[in-house]
Design a protein around this ligand. Structure first.
Ligand SMILES: Cc1ncc(COP(=O)(O)O)c(C=O)c1O
Length: 365
């Protein structure tokens, strides 16, 4: 079923964000009564068959939809993406080693800060000077062949930039894909671990989806507290302690929804087309709207742009809300406007925004 705007407000939130309507409707039913058990989804023990089946299915669909190779493990962990900022260096940044980080914005800054608690960080590229409005040329980065691992964020939610291609690194490559996981196919040959806090493209807050190559997992330190050990979570099938059942249930249903939409290749085509409607409105505005990201590095998930001044930006947000389009304010570190158009965001919403932008520029330009 294709998502439509129906009676709901057009929600451009950067996260938590719009989710597929059919999944929300199914969840409403299952919260009340799961599988005709007479018990709601959140009232079952996580050891019940109904719940272990939900976990098995979510994992299997994650593999199938993402085309995840057999030598990767799929984990559902607590703590969102931010816990991974710490858990990664705890597991892999051995003493005396350093890790390579490409710094493309707020979320990599936070990851770097956490990694520095555990060891040395080598910032191989830093976009700070231009307020993170671009992604480095792949061959301009010198990745250290002795690093414990290499790290980047594939889509920068706040700035609206993304890595169009995956960097090639001499050491295990780890990517924060929080704001774009499963919006396009993943190059598994180049990555050793990818992860995402689910609450943008995959489901509700409360779970991080972590997909990790087994050969990297085997290298994870076993000295850390149990909750911070990838090996324990893998051995316990992501049920070491009481897991975030609702979030895992939901991401499983979202994986099934992505499959019903034709999978990741279709998702990518759809996302390209959706984003192009809004970028065209920026580019065809005669300079009224300006994009924050370099055109070559534009994200299809988070579209960041400005009006000629802040008064017009405030008027834009107000008038858009009168047309039932909300959450268009940019993040405070960039200012301006941001339209987040994740997988579940319908193309009709992008067309509606583009039309509104054209009219707004005509009236105020
Ligand atoms: C790219 C990226 N990484 C990490 C995070 C932090 O996610 P969480 O709140 O799940 O820790 C966000 C949140 O917006 C994000 O956009």
């Amino acid at each position: 079923m294709t998502s439509t705007i129906s009676t709901r407000t057009t929600n451009f939130s950067a996260g938590p964000a719009i989710l597929p309507e059919s999944v929300i409707q199914q969840a409403q039913q299952d919260l009340w009564n799961l599988d005709e058990t007479g018990i709601g989804l959140l009232e079952h023990s996580h050891r019940d068959k109904s719940i272990t089946r939900i976990f098995d299915e979510a994992k299997q669909l994650c593999r199938e939809v993402g085309n995840v190779p057999d030598d990767f493990e799929v984990l559902f962990l607590h703590g969102g993406a931010s816990m991974q900022f710490a858990m990664i260096p705890m597991a892999f940044l051995d003493s005396g080693k350093s890790a390579d980080y490409a710094n493309t914005g707020t979320w990599t800054n936070k990851a770097i800060k956490e990694a520095r608690r555990f060891g040395d960080v080598n910032v191989v590229w830093d976009g700070n000077e231009s307020n993170y409005n671009s992604i480095p040329e792949l061959d301009s980065i010198q990745w250290d062949s002795k690093a414990a691992y290499s790290y980047y964020c594939s889509n920068n939610t706040i700035y609206g930039t993304r890595w169009a291609r995956t960097p090639s690194t001499p050491t295990p490559l780890i990517s924060d894909m929080s704001s774009e996981m499963y919006s396009r196919p993943i190059d598994w040959d180049s990555h050793d671990m990818v992860y995402a806090g689910a609450q943008k493209n995959l489901g509700p807050a409360g779970v991080a989806v972590v997909i990790i190559r087994k050969s990297l997992l085997e290298k994870a330190s076993t000295d850390n507290p149990s909750m911070f050990r990838y090996d324990i979570h893998a051995k316990q099938e992501s049920m070491f302690n009481t897991p975030p059942v609702f979030a895992v249930y939901f991401v499983g249903k979202v994986f099934a929804w992505i499959k019903s939409q034709g999978g990741l290749v279709s998702m990518e085509q759809m996302n390209d087309r959706k984003a192009a409607h809004v970028y065209d409105a920026i580019d065809n505005s005669g300079g009224f709207f300006t994009g924050h990201s370099d055109a070559k590095d534009r994200s299809t998930m988070n579209i960041t742009f400005r009006c000629p001044n802040e008064e017009l930006e405030a008027a834009f947000i107000k008038e858009a809300a009168e047309h039932e389009m909300v959450n268009l304010k940019g993040h405070r570190s960039v200012g301006g406007l941001r339209a987040s158009t994740y997988n579940a965001f319908p193309e009709s919403g992008c067309l509606k925004l583009a039309e509104f932008m054209n009219e707004f520029a005509r009236k105020n330009g």
